[in-house]
Design a protein around this ligand. Sequence first.
Ligand SMILES: Cc1ncc(COP(=O)(O)O)c(C=O)c1O
Length: 356
Amino acid sequence: MNKLPDFPWDRLEPYKERALAHPDGIVDLSVGTPVDPVPEIVQAALVQAADSPGYPLTHGTKGLRESAAGWLRRRHGVGVEQHDVLPLIGTKEFVAWLPTYLGAKRVVFPELAYPTYDVGARLAGAAGVASDGLLALGPQHVDLVWVNSPGNPTGRVLPPEHLRKVVSWARERGTVVASDECYLELGWEERPMSILHPDICGGSHEGLLAVHSLSKRSNLAGYRAGFVTGDPALVKRLLEIRKHAGMLMPAPVQAAMSAAFADDVHADQQRERYAARRTLLRPALEQAGWTIEHSTAGLYFWATNGQSAWDQVSKLSEIGILVAPGDFYGSAGGRHIRIAITATDERIGAAVRRLQ
Ligand SMILES: Cc1ncc(COP(=O)(O)O)c(C=O)c1O
């Protein structure tokens, strides 16, 4: 294992304290944790499965796998066999362990990215390469490439043509592509596509994995629920390792996950909540001097006022607003901040008034 980075959020503590001291309280737009209720049908499914004394299956129930596969088909035009769905105890654990599962020696991830891609490479003792230009990587073999569209932190949607190029580049070299699609349902000005869509992958899932989370779609960050699917041979290998390692999703959470993927009404309602918050917050940030870049999808505004990331964090903390500095996501983010829209309507309203 290579040395792990310092936990970045600890560095935000002094700014959090300053924001907490605001007379009307903190507006925390930093971590991006969901704040709206867990949908009632999902809570009911969890409670109904509360009496679950036996060990659950690592592969999950057939009902859960069918529900997840049905959602992918219905909402995203992607066909997978229920057998090729593998539940995850939230997707972060999988992101952190995938390079280890694959025995990877070299892992590529976006220049501005969710920090756990880098952590996963380190846990595997692999070289982690932050690069958006696969063509510039040189001849050395790459075992795994991460793509993340819509992306964290930038809210950028990769064009279908770009995704097609990644797939063919990887297939020529025997590289696995893992596509982190946890914001797939949160396209605002663009419609994101799964890497497993036939128009992207040409109908074959060979060498491809797509990772999906319910944390954002269904406010289930607290339940820890997601899944991976794609290349049947890869999923089979992952299932085998996870069986041995005891990576079991609790049975009540499996029931909750089945209910969440079977229902779109709650997900559409949640989308509306986020859309309304975006509509309020965006002009307030722009009028206060911030330029918003990308951010056509996902749960964040990627913004800059030209100053250093930490000066921007400091300035906003003085009016009680806590945001994340862009350099948490890579050195290319040194002049940006990431502002989450995951706060209650009341807190977003408070942020808008303070920015004015
Ligand atoms: C890009 C990305 N991937 C994965 C995750 C992990 O999500 P979870 O572990 O809640 O499924 C997050 C969480 O914010 C994320 O932003």
